[in-house]
Design a protein around this ligand. Structure first.
Ligand code: 3PG
Length: 391
């Protein structure tokens, strides 16, 4: 019975990277399931050579097939109509799907909460450079504590790692602060409608800067993305150029972040969670001097006193919540990226935007005209067509 338990628990961890499983001891298997591999589509297929072999209960059961086992384990029963390895495959595939489903649901939920608290803070305390810095500082602190207390294992990094992380961190910093500046000027829903146009930036950058070519269906899918975003922008009741440009700059920066991440994470043994932790720390170092130069302590203190008198001590909780949830949603998204292809990730990201747009319109009572909603719907549909065209 104990073997059954071990086998089912381990199968959830082992389905991710078979090549890693082969090289490591069973005690490290769970951790290695988060090891980054952005080219996951090309993952090697599962073979029959696996360290899981001695734990396969089904092979033990097959010895006793004729006799009834003395102890029956009802928690997990393999479908004996299938070959042993195939049953294991089905089970691990199901476990993987469940795990990805949990990641996605957690990622979207955390993102919705972040967006709500972020906007509440920005409405009362409109200093996006400081709040962006605080989000990164909070995430960095959480991870340093996790490493110090051994809740999470600290990554082993070298100079090369930090060097390759630097351009990613620059792009992450620009994308983060630009999105926050945008949200300080316009409705959360509007920022996210414009941010749903990210695939268009990705194709244009890849085509014109990297010389990549795409099938005509990919270019065609950009028509509804760009058209939908444009329609939503011109019909936005509270349009603001800084808000619009912030979302556009964020799109461009995140395209570069993704391109640099792919290069930076290739072949590295740092998990998605730790990769994001290091990214936060480096981004914090980059952003802090700029935040001081653009806004500065004097403005922050004066603004804080005003916000505190208007909102009360509750604002402290809002700032803490936006910072904590910012780190958590990004951490979970990087952990998801560890498990799925970038394409599946971008579909998940688009669906995340739908949840954010809808929930923020409800919570903040954002006025939406039908033509504006139509623009948003066309843009979102375009991103789905884009992901289908790229599949
Ligand atoms: C940020 O502050 O970094 C943005 O809100 C990020 O937006 P995204 O993760 O939804 O692209």
């Amino acid at each position: 019975m104990s073997l059954s338990v071990k086998q089912s628990a381990l199968s959830a961890c082992m389905d991710v990277s078979n090549s890693v499983v082969h090289r490591r001891s069973p005690s490290t298997i769970c951790r290695s399931s988060f090891s980054p591999s952005l080219n996951l589509q090309n993952k090697p297929k599962r073979t029959n050579l696996s360290v899981s072999k001695p734990l396969h209960v089904s092979s033990i059961e097959s010895f006793f097939k004729e006799k009834k086992p003395v102890i029956q384990c009802k928690a997990y029963e393999a479908d004996k109509s299938q070959p042993i390895e195939a049953a294991g495959e089905v089970q691990s595939e199901t476990a993987k799907r469940v795990k990805i489903g949990i990641y996605f649901a957690t990622w979207w939920a955390l993102n919705v909460v972040f967006n709500i608290y972020n906007k509440k803070v920005l409405n009362a305390y409109p200093y996006p450079w400081l709040t962006s810095t605080l989000s990164l500082a909070c995430g960095s602190l959480m991870m340093l504590i996790s490493w110090a207390t051994r809740i999470a294992e600290a990554p082993k990094t070298d100079f090369e790692f930090w060097k390759s992380l630097f351009p990613v961190a620059v792009a992450h910093t620009i994308g983060h602060v630009a999105a926050t500046v945008s949200m300080s000027k316009v409705a959360v829903s509007f920022t996210h409608i414009i941010k749903s146009g990210e695939p268009a930036f990705s194709v244009l950058v890849s085509r014109f800067l990297l010389g990549e070519t795409f099938p005509p269906s990919v270019y065609l899918s950009l028509v509804p993305i760009i058209g939908g975003c444009a329609l939503a922008a011109v019909t936005e009741l509270n349009f603001n150029m800084t808000g619009f440009m912030g979302a556009m700059i964020s799109n461009l920066a995140f395209v570069f972040r993704n391109i640099f991440s792919k290069k930076g994470m290739k072949g590295k043994s740092v998990s998605g969670m730790n990769y994001y932790a290091c990214l936060s720390m480096l981004s914090l170092l980059i952003l802090t001097p700029f935040a001081i130069a653009v806004e500065g302590p004097q403005m922050w203190v004066a603004g804080w006193e005003k916000a505190l008198s208007e909102i009360g001590p509750q604002i402290i909780w809002w700032v803490a919540a936006q910072s904590i949830f910012y780190h958590l949603y990004n951490q979970v998204s990087y952990m998801s990226l560890d498990q799925i292809s970038p394409l599946t990730f971008s579909v998940g990201n688009t669906m995340k935007r739908i949840s954010v747009i809808v929930s923020s319109i409800i919570i903040f009572h954002t006025p939406v005209q039908p033509i504006n909603a139509l623009g948003a719907a066309i843009a979102i549909l375009g991103t789905f067509l884009y992901s289908q065209a790229k599949a």
